[in-house]
Every structure is written in structure tokens, then in C-alpha cells.
Design a protein around this ligand. Structure first.
Ligand SMILES: Cc1cc2nc3c(=O)[nH]c(=O)nc-3n(C[C@H](O)[C@H](O)[C@H](O)COP(=O)(O)O)c2cc1C
Length: 211
């Protein structure tokens, strides 16, 4: 990595937006380089989980569940072992791994159709709070959900949804390719216009891009 391309754990990957966003949203990004010397404090862990706890959910059902495993502990190793090989290359430096599960049916077996949606929203809250705490979150769908459920004896009503790598950003020196290049790459999104659905009838539903 050349000197000028070394991220300084700053906000060099801020989103380019049509209107200014709150810095916690604009400056969030998903690092692969974590500071292996950093530990999550108890206050930070509580703040992240509180942020998730106060997310909205269908009928206030709060279907999200979290298993927080700190680096150096047996639970971390067990969760780490469920990660896809490409994620294992870098996620072991995170201060904590969090297994996120959704309660997909209630005690009577009635399906909770919004459970995964609600759980994703709780993770969005957690991620934003992490940014406020000076931390970063990288969500990982690349893990073996069946193995994770078995590894922690999850009830069958709980579906593992994602694993979070949480920690302090590092510079990325020492990250192997292609991960180092991804760390340096600009963040990209589809154009805003491409996200707008158009109605099949002539109803007016345009979006004003400028105030
Ligand atoms: C549900 C979900 C699963 C993801 N799985 C992985 C993964 O397995 N490995 C990985 O490196 N990144 C993973 N990501 C991170 C995305 O690639 C990343 O959020 C996306 O490229 C946008 O980058 P940004 O978060 O830095 O804006 C995942 C993100 C989400 C939301």
C-alpha cells in the first residue's frame, strides 16, 4: 500500500450525496481493517445493543437477538469458525463478532413475517450508534447459518441472519489483496433516479431531487 493510499481511519470514504446527510450516515462504511489492539468497552457494547433495542418493529415485536462475542474468548472463536474463508482473512482482527438472529415465529408457531426486516433495521441502528462511538461495523452474510445455530444451540424459532464484525478502524497495512484494494476503493451506489419505481398509471409520483 502506498503512503497516499493508506486510509487513516478517517472518513476518506464519505458518501457523495445530492443533499448533505448526517455525518453518521454519510461517513459510515464497512471496513475490513480493524485494530487488533482495540477492545470493545462495556459501555460501547451496551450503547450498540441499546440502539438496536430501540429500533421500530412490526407490532413492537422486537424479534432481534444478539450474541456478542469478544475477541480472545471461546465464543468468538466458535463464531469465527462459521465465517466464509474470505471473511476469515480479516474479521479475526475485529474487537467483537456479533451473531444476529431473528425470531421468525412466536411461541405458538405463528410466523412473524417482518422478523428479518425488523432485525435488519435494528442492525442499522446499531451500526449508526457504532459510528457515533468511534467504532465501525462490517456486516457479514458470508457465514454458515446452520453451523452457527448448532454451535450456540439456538432455538429453532431463531434464524441466524448476519454476523457483525465490530471494532476500531485500522489503516489496512498488511491486509492481503484483494481486500486491501477493496479497502481503498471508493464507495459506489446506484444513481438515486434508478431507485424510483414508476407507476403503471399516470399518477404523479416523482421525487424532487432539489428543494
Ligand atoms: C446483509 C449483508 C451481508 C454482507 N455480507 C458481506 C460478506 O459476507 N463479506 C463482506 O466482505 N461484506 C459483506 N457485506 C458488506 C457489503 O459488501 C457492504 O455493505 C457494501 O459493499 C457497501 O459498502 P459500505 O457498507 O462500505 O457502504 C454485507 C452487507 C450486508 C448488509
Amino acid at each position: 500500500m502506498t503512503t497516499e493510499s493508506v486510509p487513516t481511519a478517517s472518513h476518506h470514504k464519505s458518501a457523495s450525496t445530492a443533499r448533505p446527510l448526517h455525518p453518521l450516515l454519510a461517513q459510515r462504511w464497512s471496513p475490513r481493517a480493524f485494530d487488533a489492539g482495540s477492545a470493545l468497552t462495556g459501555e460501547q457494547a451496551t450503547a450498540l445493543l441499546e440502539a438496536a433495542r430501540w429500533a421500530p418493529s412490526a407490532n413492537n415485536s422486537q424479534p432481534w437477538r444478539f450474541l456478542l462475542a469478544r475477541r480472545g474468548g471461546a465464543a468468538f472463536d466458535r463464531l469465527f469458525a462459521t465465517l466464509a474463508a474470505g471473511n476469515q482473512v480479516w474479521a479475526g482482527e475485529a474487537s467483537a463478532l456479533v451473531l444476529v438472529a431473528a425470531q421468525v415465529h412466536d411461541a405458538d408457531g405463528t410466523p412473524m413475517p417482518w422478523a428479518r426486516y425488523d432485525t435488519g433495521q435494528a442492525v442499522a441502528h446499531l451500526s449508526t450508534q457504532a459510528e457515533h462511538e468511534g467504532l465501525a461495523v462490517h456486516q457479514l452474510g458470508g457465514f454458515d447459518a446452520v453451523r452457527a445455530a448448532a454451535a450456540f444451540g439456538l432455538d429453532e424459532s431463531l434464524a441466524p441472519v448476519v454476523v457483525l464484525a465490530v471494532g476500531s478502524r485500522a489503516t489496512g497495512e498488511g491486509l492481503p489483496e484483494p481486500f486491501a484494494a477493496r479497502e481503498r476503493a471508493p464507495r459506489e451506489r446506484q444513481p438515486l433516479d434508478d431507485l424510483l419505481l414508476s407507476a403503471s398509471d399516470p399518477i404523479d409520483c416523482e421525487l424532487a431531487l432539489s428543494a
